[in-house]
Unconditional design. Structure first.
Length: 140
């Protein structure tokens, strides 16, 4: 077991590192978002050992030494912070995004592109199609 200066307590085993994340600091969807980004590099296991605690186990897909596993846990901790910040920024900008989308969808008075295409087809004269027949003999 290693206790890092940032308070992350990791336990390193054979090709795996585990630690517990406090849900009062990082919400479950934030933890899951961080875990998702690690799926290409390692196997991720989540468990709930106690209320408001999520145990995370990262198992390397390849051989990894103690330092590499500790670095993996540190990268996961950084990604937790990144996911939490993205969630906070998204929540603070939600009203602005909704306003912009509503304005884009409901401020256009022009007919839809499908209506325009149908009107063009109705207005066009249909010309007979000239399709060459390969079995006809040509003069030549």
């Amino acid at each position: 077991m290693t206790i890092e200066p940032n308070g992350l307590t990791t336990e390193v085993g054979a090709r795996r590192v585990s630690f517990v994340v406090d849900e009062s600091i990082y919400a479950l969807d934030t933890i899951q978002g961080a875990a998702y980004l690690f799926l290409d590099r390692c196997y991720v296991f989540l468990d709930r050992p106690a209320d408001q605690r999520v145990a995370v186990v990262l198992k390397s897909k390849d051989e990894a030494d103690h330092e590499a596993l500790e670095a993996l846990a540190g990268e996961f901790a950084n990604e937790l912070l990144n996911q939490a910040l993205r969630k906070a920024v998204g929540a603070s900008n939600a009203k602005i995004r909704e306003f912009i989308l509503a304005k884009a969808f409901f401020s256009v008075d022009a007919p839809s592109s499908i209506d325009k295409l149908l009107a063009e087809l109705d207005a066009e004269e249909m010309e007979p199609l000239e399709i060459p027949v390969p079995w006809e003999k040509s003069d030549g």
